[in-house]
Write a protein that binds this ligand. Structure first.
Ligand code: HEC
Ligand code: HEC
Length: 370
């Protein structure tokens, strides 16, 4: 069989975009500060795959799902003879036919659970309307998302291993064909006019999608967390408790911590912060009303959870186990630096924390000279 041009430019470009978008999304998943960017690459991957599915119905020979080889007999023979040259397949071999369909299915599930996690956990994006009802279950969606993403990676691993075996053991041309477009086949693939238009739109929209998702405050990443104007909500709290330090959002400690703290303001972290009784009651009532138990935020839930196994009453947010966990990768030197001064000086690194907002994309770590 001679080599024929069977993979159009759009298919090969889409393949490259899938590789890049998945790799970047996967790596960014480890960086909290870059969650929005992680979401952007994940969604852009979804866009490429939506077009790929349509292409599976309207595309040319070999790209259509009905040209895939789903024969179990062929698959068995293909997998059981990894090293010998078996039948030669035009287009996708049985293993890659299954891998592609599995990847598309797992990609959509990964993206869906990711969007759900983003909405429910962070109150961001199109599923944020579910935040108030399901925030207690927030971790379920994140875990499902991680399992699916790793499943996707595993399929990719098998797919790459298959491609390498094809090239180096079977002397096949699958990898080369994904670059050049040429593969041993009986006939050349030619796109008709509408397929050409579709290919162009596929690549153009996928590229526009990544720029749109990364660089605009669009509905897919927008935050629905509402700033709390503590000055307006409780003026005395704002003035009194903001006179020595930043405003600590009341939702970052449980009721019993606020009660304990307000009982002993004379010995408040080495300072005397005492106030008269009626003011004390009024501020305490406000702190309780806005305490972690009455908040749907991720930080509140995590702080409450982490305090469950702690016997003594913790009155510093920075002394909760969750706080330690969240900052375990932050250099201690940074907290003691001239710019930050103290772990309790949250606002240096967390923009808008004084409005009760803790967003991954609002973390700014100050540059410290050593
Ligand atoms: C006289 C000054 C003063 C006043 C007034 C004051 N504080 Fe403090 N507060 C401090 C100091 C000092 C610390 C320790 C800060 C540090 O560790 O860097 C502290 C720490 C805290 C912390 C712990 C921060 C953390 O997570 O490490 C909380 C919460 C807090 N204050 C709440 C309040 C509240 C609520 C009020 C109002 C009722 C209040 N403070 C009024 C001086 C004050
Ligand atoms: C020196 C900078 C710095 C200071 C000060 C600081 N943080 Fe952070 N905080 C970070 C960084 C960086 C992360 C993200 C860590 C990571 O993901 O590796 C983080 C993460 C968090 C998270 C978890 C966010 C999430 O969604 O994962 C919470 C909640 C948080 N900080 C609250 C606080 C509070 C409350 C204070 C003050 C008592 C504080 N931080 C002080 C830098 C700081």
């Amino acid at each position: 069989m001679t080599k024929k041009y069977i993979w159009p430019v759009a298919t090969r470009l889409a393949h490259v975009l899938i590789i890049i978008f998945f790799a970047v999304a996967y790596v960014l998943g480890d960086f909290d500060e870059l969650l929005n960017q992680h979401v952007a690459f994940g969604l852009a991957l979804g866009v490429v795959f939506v077009f790929r599915v349509i292409w599976g119905f309207i595309g040319p020979k070999h790209s259509r799902f009905r040209d895939f080889n789903f024969s179990l007999g062929d698959l068995k023979e293909y997998l059981l003879n990894p090293c010998s040259k078996t039948k030669e397949y035009e287009g996708h071999n049985p293993a890659s036919s299954y891998a592609i369909v599995a990847m598309i299915a797992v990609a959509f599930l990964t993206i869906l659970t990711g969007m759900l996690a983003y909405g429910i956990q962070e109150n961001h994006g199109v599923f944020s309307f579910l935040h108030n009802s399901y925030y207690r279950e927030m971790e379920v969606f994140e875990e499902a998302h991680e399992i699916l993403a790793n499943l996707f990676l595993a399929i990719v691993g098998v797919h790459i291993a298959g491609a390498l075996i094809d090239k180096f053991i079977k002397n096949g041309d699958a990898i080369d064909s994904m670059i050049s477009g040429y593969k041993r086949a009986t006939e050349e693939v030619k796109l008709n006019f509408s397929q050409k238009i579709f290919s162009f739109v596929w690549i153009a929209v996928s590229l526009l999608a990544i720029f749109y998702l990364l660089f605009t405050n669009n509905v897919f990443v927008a935050s629905h967390n509402v700033k709390q104007d503590y000055a307006a909500l409780h003026e005395e709290f704002y003035n009194e408790c903001g006179s020595c330090h930043m405003i600590y959002p009341p939702n970052l400690l449980p009721k019993k911590s606020w009660i304990a703290m307000m009982k002993d303001l004379e010995n408040h972290f080495g300072d005397d912060a005492s106030i008269d009784d009626s003011l004390n009651h009024s501020i305490l009532a406000f702190l309780i009303k806005k305490s972690a138990e009455n908040s749907t935020s991720q930080a509140s839930l995590n702080i409450l959870k982490s305090l469950k196994d702690v016997n003594k009453t913790v009155i510093a947010i920075s002394k909760t186990p969750y706080w330690d966990e969240a900052h375990k990768d932050v250099d201690d030197e940074l907290f003691n630096s001239e710019q930050v001064l103290s772990k309790a000086n949250c606002k240096v690194c967390h923009i808008d924390i004084e409005y009760g907002i803790i967003e991954n994309n609002l973390i700014k770590i100050p540059k410290v000279e050593k």
